[in-house]
Design a protein around this ligand. Sequence first.
Ligand code: 7TS
Length: 416
Amino acid sequence: MESLKPADILDLEKIKADFPILSREVRPGVPVIYLDSTATAQKPINVISVMDDYYRLSNANIHRGIHVLAEEATALYEDSRKNIARFIKSPSARQVIFTRNTTESINLVAQSWGRANLNSGDVIILTEMEHHSNLVPWQMLAAERNLQLEFIPVDDHGLLDFDEYRSLLELNPKLVAFTQMSNVLGTINPAAEMIRMAHQAGAITLVDAAQSVPHFPVDVQDLDADFLVFSGHKMCGPTGVGVLYGKKQLLEEMPPFLGGGDMIKKVELRKFTPNSIPHKFEAGTPAIAEVIGLGAAVDYLEEVGLDKIAAQEHVIVDYAIERLSEVPGVSVYGPEAKDRGGVTAFNLDGVHAHDVAQILDGDGIAVRAGHHCAMPLHDKFQIPASTRASYYLYNSVSDVDKLVDSIYRVKKIFRS
Ligand code: 7TS
């Protein structure tokens, strides 16, 4: 058994040393084994330092001062936008809008593009595996505008049903919005193909890239995505900053989302002229330090190499599925390793997901238990909750062994 264990691809010791939190003990003698990166990733020292430096050395508001500090802060903020544009291969940094997170990016598109373009009877196609943040904003708009929501079904293997997608496209949808990678099943959807099909049917597309951009190379031009959204905190960056990428013409035609300072060219008492993109969508003082931190996170991920990160996670998830499936009573949800990223959600017969997570926590293993903001997907699988172990660049195949050992401890305690 031990001889079949795969080797890590990345230099794990070197990588772990970059993340201060990973050297702490959660209780005396119990080191943390962090398997909850799908919820939020840990932060490398360069991200922490760059934010610390900003507050110590350059703190000022941006886009409005002419003093040295304001100029430095503005340059750092705008350099970060360029970093992110390069990272996702955006043709221009102006197409990168900073928001608070994936959730706000989707709400921005729903409230701005959606309200300007969708009317009674229009169809939106979503999937059954969406996170609540790619469901509720559309439900809210659908209630306001009398829209029709349709869902691409998920099959028993955790894959989207493409025959059903083809039939739904015959309804001439205005929008197809879907996740590139499921935060529960780990399924990586064939986004380029789905976008091509949507465009053929005349629809605009929104890709929820919250779980893809952090984990494998994403090229918005290759995908031909109209909108693509993600969060900084899941890709080694800080909380409080997210991104909306959009095609230039769409963004230019869209009305502003929030009104206030910075998003205007001119204001009179009774009217205003909006600023050009990206500023039109960045009202008020933004999360300056966090945006700068996200720029450093991108530098870090590029230095390690997204291809290598994806390969490391693939080795881990392949091994995790094999090891978890050997445990009597464990069911792992989602497709085969070849179709998924580093997420394994599972249940242990007769033991509630929260109890599993609590006992794992006793061994220092941090996992998430619950519906993972995907209640409809859990309903579909007829389960109230699942325990989810998720993997990122600082995880090793040995973490999987520790996870499995701890699950055996759960079985012993619950006699399951
Ligand atoms: N979309 C997907 C696919 C996600 O996994 C998440 C967060 C979001 C959107 C929302 O991101 P936010 O940054 O706006 O909150 N997913 C999870 C999770 O699986 N556990 O905690 C957060």
